[in-house]
Design a protein around this ligand. Structure first.
Ligand SMILES: Cc1cc2nc3c(=O)[nH]c(=O)nc-3n(C[C@H](O)[C@H](O)[C@H](O)COP(=O)(O)OP(=O)(O)OC[C@H]3O[C@@H](n4cnc5c(N)ncnc54)[C@H](O)[C@@H]3O)c2cc1C
Length: 318
């Protein structure tokens, strides 16, 4: 007989940990939650930046890396836009993982297994998750392990793909800036859609990221040469790279198919949390975690979210 859990979360990344955290602080009555995550998740493998209002509070506000209340768009002539009442927040993934895991370690209802899941099945009243040949049974399974095959390709599909360097420069070049540069389209478009994104962390440091929207990713050199060229346009001659990140996110208006069935709820990018126009996902992940907890509190079926506003289309194939 498979051991029984209230909830199993597949993937301890952004959405898995966000859901676990939201469950841990909710009023929901449950006994045991099992999280499967094959990686250690201690490195800063990404930065989560997201929009919110200045009134809104998140539990991890105390560990935010940086917040801004102004931004810049290029080639727009106006150099700085006040974005109040909105705030742009940046949270380092490593800080987020640590924050949530510290909370979960103090809560005996949660167990994290550093193992990959090999298969998921749905049954009438429960889901079954297989890892290392062992079945684990839960009332609900929340799955963030993304499989590209789950996208039904009826409409064109693009990737948002990027590489970013966090740099320290000897010159205080970001001093006057102190506002993110969103989507600097002044870079050569090369018949694609490409932009630079700059998050100034301090007078001397910033994340500089080169992003493309296209059907295929590029060779490493293509991203790196563009970042180097861009850095030189910022009059930076002397710098060191202290961190880097890269990734690709599906930018799709297509429906996502849930291959596993009704007791398995997709979350995160796999669950439609990525907004196809911008790639922003983190804020939708937070919202979805709350929606799931509220549904469970009401005794109703948790549903996937759709950041693109075509809710029913997104998961009608469940
Ligand atoms: C470099 C980078 C920067 C980003 N920056 C931003 C940003 O600034 N703002 C924003 O809104 N969005 C951003 N995103 C998009 C999005 O917020 C992130 O991709 C986010 O991590 C998505 O959360 P997720 O839970 O869907 O996926 P993940 O965080 O990737 O979590 C999925 C987890 O599942 C695990 N997993 C995979 N297969 C299995 C398996 N078989 N069994 C068990 N576990 C498995 C993986 O190891 C992973 O940890 C960024 C993405 C990347 C890649």
């Amino acid at each position: 007989m498979a051991p029984e859990w209230d909830f199993i979360i597949v993937g301890g990344g952004a959405s898995g940990l966000s859901l676990a955290y939201t469950l841990s602080i909710s009023e929901l009555a449950f006994n045991r939650v099992l999280i499967f995550e094959p990686e250690t998740k201690i490195e800063n493998d990404r930065t989560f930046s997201y929009w919110t209002t200045d009134q809104h509070e998140d539990p991890w506000d105390s560990i935010l890396f940086k917040t801004w209340n102004a931004c810049t768009f290029k080639p727009h002539q106006k150099s700085r836009f006040d974005i109040s009442p909105f705030v742009y927040k940046t949270l380092r993934a490593a800080d987020f993982y640590k924050f949530v895991k510290t909370q979960l370690q103090q809560d005996t209802r949660f167990v994290i297994l550093q193992q990959a899941v090999s298969n998921i099945e749905t049954h009438q009243e429960y889901g079954l998750v297989y890892s290392n040949g062992t079945p684990y049974k839960a009332q609900w399974v929340f799955n963030s392990a993304y499989r590209h095959q789950t996208i039904i390709s009826s409409k064109p599909h693009l990737w948002q793909h990027f590489k970013g360097w966090s740099i320290k420069s000897t010159e205080p070049v970001f001093k006057l800036q102190n506002a993110p540069i969103f989507m600097d389209f002044t870079v050569d478009q090369k018949n694609d859609c490409r932009f630079m994104y700059v998050l100034p962390y301090s007078n001397h440091s910033a994340l500089i990221e080169y992003t493309g929207f296209s059907a295929h990713t590029w060779d490493d050199a293509e991203y790196e040469d563009a970042i180097k060229a861009y850095i030189s346009t910022l009059q930076i001659s002397n710098y060191t790279i202290f961190e880097h990140e890269s990734g690709k996110i599906p930018m799709s208006a297509n429906a996502f198919k849930n291959p596993y069935g009704a007791r398995v709820i997709p979350i995160g990018t796999a669950g439609g949390c990525t907004k196809m126009s911008s790639g922003y996902t983190f804020a939708f992940i937070l919202k979805h975690s709350h929606q799931i907890c509220n549904a469970l509190l009401k005794g109703t079926t948790p549903k996937p979210i759709n950041a693109n506003g075509v809710m029913n289309g997104m998961i009608k194939h469940c």
